[in-house]
Design a protein around this ligand. Structure first.
Ligand code: ACO
Length: 439
């Protein structure tokens, strides 16, 4: 690995234009690790061409120092640290500090960070009334979008986004309040009273307490489940320039309010091709119901005339085992063992599906491995978290990644409003016809 920690121009790429009988030189930029990029920022002004890359399969949208993925080899690093090391030896508060600030905290820094996050975890009491405006059967992601977006109306003191201190206060608030927001979405759906955050509890423990405690009796959070939840938060904390992170950056590129930008990220995460996949996995496993029905579903997944896909399989970037999925697989077994649910029929279906898909030529050829959502759904189900809440938990974990990326974007001197162009294939200019002449 190259140890250099700055992007540098190191070569040129020549674009030969046979149609015009000319050629153009474009700078090639090298990052610290990973593929080089061709700098096409002046392509249009120099050549009159746009590039065409729907779905951004070959496009780097920004320079970033936060997360590195090598999808071919199944590598994921946060600020240079391997996800396996962080999941094994660290905790979510350390990882949140690392993503936001670039380095792991010292013991004193960690204590202060945890204290500051803890003391921002309450919601303005007025927000409780906002929940009451939703139908009880509203999807938790709809509630999360609404409530997080509404936070932009509550914190006027952190609205100057060119002030790093105000940006950091907004970031702490978001990380601190997301567990409360998510747990209250659940409580509201259940018709139970909201449970307020407890300052003596750690982050994941506090979240589980707000989810499952009631005012009627003492609720003790199982430390093994709190540890598993903490690990799930670490594994989901950031993932480079995926759809929701790119949405946060694009929304923020116009200088928009950070709480509104994170609400946009939540909206993007909701879809079943992204964070909504963990909910879709559980729905699919429930529908399959029995190991005997798996071959039928595998056949459907391979049939191009059928829109059915195996949820929890495949990834745009990983063409190898997603490193998070292997940690999640282990965590799933730990949680099911602790809760004495190893003979859960859904887990049996999941394990058999995984076995068959990994040996089936269709999936092997296309390098479709189980992704992180495949196992997270099973763990959440075992913890008795309702399926509709799964993606809300993903949003809770990803918030620190989103806001770290947003901060990085605002600090980037080359940052501009994001404004892609298009390949237009509609009508050219044509004369307007008055309505009585239209057939
Ligand atoms: N089941 C069956 N076939 C699949 C699946 C699947 N889950 N995923 C991809 N394929 C097939 C496609 O049909 C295509 O086949 P073809 O080459 O014969 O046409 C090939 O594999 C490549 O698929 P693309 O759709 O081009 O891959 P892309 O990178 O655009 O999509 C995605 C990635 C969206 C994740 C896709 O694999 C998918 O829909 N998976 C199921 C949903 C899911 O689990 N999403 C979670 C993603 S991870 C996350 O957000 C945390």
């Amino acid at each position: 690995m190259n140890e250099k920690n700055a992007a540098t121009q190191h070569a040129h790429m020549t674009l030969v234009d046979h149609a015009r009988g000319t050629s153009y030189d474009m700078p090639v930029i090298r990052g610290s690790v990973g593929p080089d990029v061709i700098d096409i920022r002046h392509l249009y002004t120099d050549t009159g061409y746009f590039t065409f890359d729907p779905g951004f399969t070959s496009t780097g949208s920004c320079e970033s120092k936060i997360t590195f993925i090598n999808g071919e080899e199944g590598i994921l690093l946060y600020r240079g640290y391997a996800i396996q090391d962080l999941a094994e030896h660290s905790d979510f508060m350390e990882v949140a500090y690392l993503l936001l600030k670039g380095e792991l905290p010292t013991a004193a820094e960690k204590t202060k960070f945890e204290h500051d996050i803890t003391y921002h975890s309450m919601l303005h009491e007025q927000i409780a009334y906002l929940y009451r405006g939703f139908r009880r059967d509203a999807h938790p992601m709809a509630v999360m979008c609404g409530v997080v977006g509404a936070l932009s109306a509550f914190y006027h003191d952190s609205l100057n986004i060119s002030d790093p201190r105000q940006r950091m206060i907004a970031s702490y608030r978001l990380v601190a309040k997301m567990p409360t927001i998510a747990a209250w979405a659940y409580k509201y759906a259940m018709g139970q009273p909201f449970i307020y955050p407890r300052n003596e509890m750690r982050y994941a423990e506090n979240f589980l307490h707000m989810m499952f405690a009631t005012p009627c009796e003492t609720y003790k959070v199982n430390p093994i489940l709190a540890k598993a939840m903490d690990r799930i938060l670490i594994l989901h904390a950031d993932h480079e320039q995926n759809a929701s992170t790119s949405t946060v950056r694009l929304a923020g590129s116009s200088g928009a309010n950070p709480f509104a930008c994170i609400a946009a990220g939540i909206a993007s995460l909701w879809g079943p091709a992204h964070g909504g996949a963990n909910e879709a996995v559980l729905n699919m496993l429930t529908k399959i119901g029995d190991k005997r029905h798996i071959p039928d579903y595998i056949r459907r997944a391979k049939d191009k005339s059928d829109s059915f896909r195996l949820m929890g399989f495949g990834h745009r970037v990983y063409k190898n085992y997603d490193p998070r999925a292997s940690i999640m697989r282990r965590t799933a077994h730990e949680v099911l063992g602790e809760l004495d649910k190893t003979d859960d029929p859904l887990l049996e279906v999941a394990m058999e599906l995984e076995r068959i898909a990994l040996s089936d030529e269709y999936f092997v050829e296309r390098r479709l491995y189980p992704n992180v959502d495949f196992y997270s759904g099973i763990i959440f189900k075992a913890m008795e978290i309702p399926t509709a809440m799964f993606t809300a938990l993903f949003a809770l974990a990803r918030t620190v990644g989103w806001i770290s990326q947003w901060n990085e974007m605002i600090e980037d001197p080359s940052q501009k409003i994001g404004r892609p162009r298009q390949l237009y294939s509609g009508q050219g200019l044509r004369p307007f016809k008055p309505i009585h002449q239209r057939m």
